[in-house]
Ligand binder design. Structure first.
Ligand SMILES: [Zn+2]
Length: 250
């Protein structure tokens, strides 16, 4: 317990890593059972870990498979780097997010401690008036689902969210149908974007791109970058987060 009667962050980290003594683990789980605050913190850790395992790790492995070994950033992906990183995980550095973007410089390869400080794009969907649910990268949505976007830990002042759907159509989802990035408003740890976008009937894989920058970026520049390199679009002065899902019919 810390001084406010909650589980300290490192206890949660160790619990996630299965690295607590059994009695400590039992006590921690008992606390999670009745404390919504700690349970929410723990869920965040679990989500970060899942996101890493389901999305970031396969993506980096795919990049390796593409044979871009010569890029300097790739040394971040070697077991020599990873082994100590995973060892560190057991003493409190849990979720590691790596943006494996071959067009970015080594400086831009981002290693976030606990994942909570890495900029992220979260997608929430709603189906036929049901309850909103969080969309996991790579999961399946349906035509007519409504999607919303949440950006976390973003320090950039402007954002444009674009999409390329299964038919290859490029659209701007935020600002909806806009011609350039929109200002994000006052700095905040979490920005819930106002647009709710209803998915059309084009089926297949769809990729979302959140373009984060400190000055507006034109829609046509984003489209050109996405067309040129759908996996890792490069835009001067911008960071691009991507998010893929599948759209399937009923
Ligand atoms: Zn607590």
């Amino acid at each position: 317990m810390n001084d406010r009667g909650h589980l300290p962050a490192d206890t949660l980290d160790l619990l996630l890593m299965d690295a607590l003594e059994r009695t400590q683990a039992n006590a921690a789980r008992a606390h999670l059972g009745h404390c919504a605050t700690c349970a929410a913190d723990y869920k965040q850790l679990v989500d970060d870990k899942q996101r890493f395992e389901q999305y970031v790790l396969p993506r980096t492995q795919a990049a390796v498979a593409e044979g871009v070994e010569s890029r300097r950033w790739l040394r971040w992906l070697s077991p020599r780097v990873w082994a100590p990183v995973f060892a560190l995980a057991s003493v409190g550095i849990v979720a590691l997010l790596v943006t494996a973007n071959p067009t970015q410089t080594e400086d831009e390869v981002y290693v976030g401690v606990k994942g909570r400080s890495a900029p992220s794009l979260e997608v929430f969907a709603q189906r036929e008036g049901g309850s909103p649910f969080q969309v996991k990268p790579g999961s399946t949505l349906k035509p007519k689902d409504t999607v919303r976007f949440v950006l976390s830990h973003v320090t950039a002042t402007h954002v444009l969210i674009a999409s390329v759907d299964g038919a290859g159509t490029f659209s701007v989802y935020h600002p909806f149908d806009g011609t350039a990035s929109a200002a994000l408003g006052a700095a905040a740890p979490r920005h819930e974007l106002p647009d709710a976008v209803t998915l059309d009937s084009a089926l297949g894989p769809e990729t979302l791109y959140a373009v984060l920058s400190d000055a507006p970026v034109e829609r046509h520049a984003v489209e050109a970058a996405v067309r040129a390199n759908p996996r890792s679009p490069a835009l001067a002065g911008a960071r691009v987060l991507s998010f893929g899902f599948l759209k399937e019919g009923p």
